[in-house]
Design a protein around this ligand. Structure first.
Ligand code: FAD
Length: 389
């Protein structure tokens, strides 16, 4: 395993770092404190700046208009983008679009790519991914209750979804629905089609996703058969195609946020005096800074290890679960310590760390709660041990 970065990747890393510092961080104050997420106009301004810098949608293929980054290159660039609360939106690498772009590249027909993927890669439109339901699919996707029934050349979909990130203002949705044989299928639909009702935006702890998190109702939504994503009955398989790399990209972006929080706390600890010396010289604070450094490096090594395996063509379901748990918990510990080091200002809008703290909490829940990943890893560990004896 060789983690040396090529000269081109180091150049891209530096260019992204400089762009985030000079063009994106200054816009962080543009977002009103109580908005559900950055407004559409702020998103467009950020995307325009990124387009000019040649860094837009870098994970998409060159054919679609991206930079065709490998998983390792994504690890490096996404961490840099994550340094600003607005960086992932600027580069068009935020959830759910980043994962949807990956899935569309893998599975969509060329007509579907022209219609939805290309304008999305160019930052003109947004998408959402509709799987979770209030009473059905959640940690256990097999509890899916939204139904699709064939009717002539169409499928008719009924059901409700919630926690759908970016649904408000999204141009199209990838909808997961159950078929009459209990398999699942993914459908593509413009969001303004009759039969989709935007019910409400949920009040949420985080404020980092354009459109926030929405509740959707599908009421006899008719989707033409040509808008099925991939093959009928393969929805659960495609969910894994999307989720394994998408989990890892969350780890990358949040690593950037954790590093930012650490830098802010370190700066504070060096300047702020208490009991006759800087905070950083008190062992209790110094140890927290050392623990931060270890957690940041642990997260980065897990990300790079899984990214390297993905670049070798491995499926990495186990490794992506492990990275998701390790990173979401290590990055969370870093940000929590930073709040502590900052004292009172850490829990107020005087410091960006409060935003990072409230934005990051949900990461231990979405794309699989930590407990579900531990449970699924344990099953594999035990099964492998059984094979060996
Ligand atoms: C901010 C945010 C954004 C989201 N965006 C989207 C989106 O865009 N599209 C979408 O479809 N969904 C989205 N989700 C939904 C997300 O994927 C689900 O919240 C997640 O899968 C958990 O499902 P649930 O909330 O129904 O929790 P439940 O399934 O009710 O589980 C609740 C808790 O039970 C515990 N638990 C569950 N199973 C086990 C087990 N086997 N062992 C031990 N403990 C267990 C875990 O602690 C879990 O947190 C989002 C969620 C959040 C918080």
């Amino acid at each position: 395993m060789d983690f040396r970065l090529s000269d081109e990747l180091i150049e891209l890393q530096q260019r992204t770092r400089e762009f985030i510092k000079t063009e994106v961080v200054p816009l962080e104050t543009e977002q009103a404190p109580h908005e559900h997420g950055p407004s559409e106009s702020l998103r467009r301004e950020l995307v325009e700046r990124t387009r000019k810098a040649g860094l837009l949608t870098p994970h998409a293929s060159r054919e679609m208009g991206g930079l065709g980054l490998s998983h390792m290159a994504k690890a490096v660039v996404f961490e840099e983008a994550g340094y600003s609360t607005l960086g992932p939106i600027a580069l068009n690498i935020h959830a759910p679009d980043e994962g949807n772009i990956h899935l569309m590249e893998e599975v969509a027909t060329s007509a579907q790519k022209q219609r939805w993927l290309k304008p999305q890669v160019h930052g003109h439109i947004r998408s959402c991914f509709a799987m979770t339901e209030p009473e059905g699919a959640g940690s256990d996707p097999s509890m899916l209750q939204t139904y699709a029934v064939r009717d002539g050349d169409d499928y008719v979909i009924n059901g409700s979804k919630w926690l759908i990130t970016g649904a408000e203002g999204a141009n199209y949705a990838i909808i997961m629905a159950r078929m009459d044989d209990s398999t699942a299928t993914m459908f593509l639909s413009d969001m303004d089609r009759p039969g989709i009702r935007y019910v409400r935006t949920m009040d949420a702890m985080d404020r980092c996703f354009t459109g926030g998190h929405g509740v959707l109702a599908f009421e006899n939504l008719r989707v033409p058969a040509q808008d099925v994503l991939g093959e009928i009955g393969k929805g659960f398989k495609y969910a894994q195609v999307r989720l394994a790399p998408a989990r890892l990209t969350h780890c990358m972006r949040w690593l950037g946020q954790a590093r930012r929080a650490h830098d802010v706390a370190l700066d504070h600890a060096r300047r702020r005096q208490a009991f006759g010396k800087p905070l950083a010289e008190h062992e209790g604070v110094g140890f927290q800074l050392a623990d931060n450094d270890m957690d940041l490096m642990t997260a980065r090594l897990h990300i790079w290890h899984t990214a390297w395996l993905l670049d070798q063509g491995e499926k990495c379901n186990f490794e992506s679960s492990r990275s998701k748990v390790v990173c979401s918990e290590a990055e969370w510990r870093v940000v929590d310590r930073c709040v502590q080091i900052l004292g009172g200002r850490g829990v107020t809008g005087e410091s960006i760390v409060m935003r990072i703290f409230t934005d990051m909490r949900a990461f231990r829940i979405y794309d699989g709660p930590s407990e579900v990943h531990r449970w699924s890893m344990a099953r594999k560990i035990v099964a492998q041990a059984g094979h060996r004896t």
